[in-house]
Design a protein around this ligand. Structure first.
Ligand code: B12
Length: 475
């Protein structure tokens, strides 16, 4: 059986700019799905995000492989594109089976209930895909209760309204087939340099998932809906074994919350140290976790943790409360100083509320400069499809709330009007560049890369300021 797994390219300019300049991670979701494909079958991963001409590349893959099954992943902003690609598959070969999975399929399966899509997988895909192939080969029915949904089946709409099915036990999820992608294409900008020197700011970077889900339920986040509030954890031995097999020296933990279990994370760090595995890590962590367990982060610094992304979200208690973040400003401040004292570089992310006034932007600008040195980025508060917030604002959307759901495009009205809002939003990112650790700490980096980063950074900020022009885009 020939199988093609497809990750669509980003639809919105700002996401393209992010990928080309700062951060492009391997399609781990498809590598795991490919892990469920039996050895005797041929499987190809096509990441359209690395292609110069994605649509042409997609046609070429179809012609060269002539797949029996095509599997798509996709964010909400890509759902219309996924439907279009699925149609192209059927035009090429009407008997090919189109399977769609990923975050959007999991939370809004009914959006994929169209003629060209045969199976919608909600939740974990490696185990589901293994089962789909088995059944397809044996001519068995493909509609099977919890794991996946077939839009053609009579009970599709009833099932689509139920919460996503639980993930299987983590040890049943296949390992990622990392050999199926062009590994040299994936990188993450790296600004952590305690030795004041970096050989490259754009090291090749592998992605690792050590846990799935999150124990919190922030109002802007869909993860607790996807996972029904569950937090699944791989064992330290399993995690360290996979890390030890990675070719790359830099690793990005793509967990929703890596550090929630102190015991597990302590064991992982100790094992890495014991086995002499010397790699550098990037992870997300909550500010309250850092404050509660500074010694855990001290240990991880020894094990190679260089950069921690912290969703500080806001430096005002009322905003944190609105987001149901369950932290406070004092905790945010403490976390920042703990990371600084340990020598781990901070990447702080903030939420900009569409309701912001000019004074709110100015106050956030000051907060950013107070954090210096730190990488700082911003997202726009956007009701996430599948959450209560999305329901609450459903009559207020100013655009297609799926296509524009990238947490950069406001999908509800902005108090300042779009043009003015994005002028301030773009300015925030320029201010953040002043706080960048490389600049502040006068780190030596290759001259060629300085030119590159200035060029790409300018393009990024230009795209940010011009986001308001995107709203005429239709799929
Ligand atoms: C790490 C991460 C990133 C990484 C990129 C990861 C990557 N692989 O490329 C970075 C930091 C770059 C990133 C960027 C963005 N992200 Co992000 N990201 C995540 C995070 C935390 C984990 C995703 C991940 O890699 N998980 C590990 C993989 C292995 O698991 P998985 O994706 O869940 O896949 C499993 C199943 O879904 C299923 N499956 C998936 N695909 C398929 C396909 C088939 C055929 C089948 C059968 C099954 C299947 O099986 C997989 C294996 O178990 C999620 C939160 C989450 N839990 O989803 C947010 C999340 C996916 N991101 C989100 C968003 C909005 C973005 C941005 C748009 C935000 C921004 N403004 O920057 C950008 C977009 C970048 C782009 N290229 O377009 C949203 C998407 C919401 C939505 N409704 O679309 C999420 C859910 C965050 C949230 N809290 O709401 N992100």
């Amino acid at each position: 059986m020939r199988i093609l797994l497809v990750k669509p390219h980003p639809q919105l300019l700002i996401a393209k700019r992010l990928q080309e300049g700062f951060l492009h991670l391997e399609p781990l979701e498809l590598e795991i799905v490919a892990g469920g494909v039996p050895e005797e079958d041929e499987v190809v991963i096509c990441d359209l995000g690395i292609e110069k001409n994605p649509m042409e590349a997609f046609h070429n893959y179809l012609h060269e492989l002539n797949p029996d099954i095509v599997g798509f992943t996709g964010y909400s902003s890509q759902s219309a594109l996924v439907r279009k690609l699925a149609e192209i598959v059927k035009g090429h070969n009407p008997s090919a089976l189109n399977v769609v999975g990923g975050v959007h399929a999991t939370i809004i399966p009914e959006d994929y209930a169209v003629k060209g899509i045969d199976i919608i997988v909600r939740g974990e895909g490696g185990t589901a895909f293994r089962e789909i192939i088995r059944r397809h080969k044996q001519g068995m029915p493909l509609h099977f209760g919890d794991v996946s949904l077939s839009p053609g089946q009579p009970d599709f709409h009833v099932k689509a309204k139920q919460p996503p099915p639980p993930f299987p036990p983590v040890h049943e999820i296949p390992r990622a087939r990392r050999d199926l992608v062009r590994r040299s294409k994936y990188f993450c900008v790296w600004t952590s340099a305690p030795e004041k020197k970096l050989d490259t700011m754009f090291p090749r970077t592998a992605s690792m998932r050590t846990s799935i889900g999150c124990a919190f339920n922030c109002s802007f986040c869909v993860v607790h809906h996807i996972m029904n509030g569950k937090y699944l954890q791989r064992t330290p031995e399993d995690v360290v074994d996979e890390i030890s097999r990675l070719k790359e020296d830099n690793i990005y933990f793509v967990d929703d919350e890596t550090f929630l279990n102190k015991k597990r994370m302590t064991e992982i760090a100790e094992l890495l140290l014991l086995k002499g595995i010397k790699k550098k890590y990037i992870s997300w962590a909550r500010s309250d976790t850092i404050v509660k367990h500074p010694e855990l982060f001290r240990l991880w610094k020894k094990a190679g943790l260089g950069l921690v992304y912290v969703g500080l979200e806001a430096m005002r208690g009322s905003q944190l409360k609105n987001y149901n973040k369950r932290t406070d400003v004092e905790t945010n401040r403490k976390a920042v100083s703990i990371l600084r004292e340990i020598g781990i570089t901070l990447h702080a992310s903030f939420i900009v509320d569409p309701d912001f006034t000019v004074e709110d932007f100015q106050s956030l600008e000051k907060d950013v400069l107070d954090l210096c040195p730190a990488e700082v980025t911003f997202t726009v508060l956007s009701p996430a499809p599948g959450t209560e917030l999305f329901q609450k604002y459903k009559n207020d959307f100013i655009c297609d709330p799926y296509l524009f759901y990238d947490c950069m495009h406001a999908i509800i009205p902005t108090r300042l009007g779009l043009k003015k809002f994005y002028a301030h939003f773009g300015r925030l990112s320029s201010v953040a560049l002043r706080a960048n650790p490389l600049r502040v700490n006068k780190v030596k980096v290759p001259r060629k890369e300085i030119m590159k980063v200035i060029y790409l950074g300018t393009k990024y900020i230009f795209a940010l300021r011009n986001i308001y022009k995107d709203y005429s885009l239709k799929m």
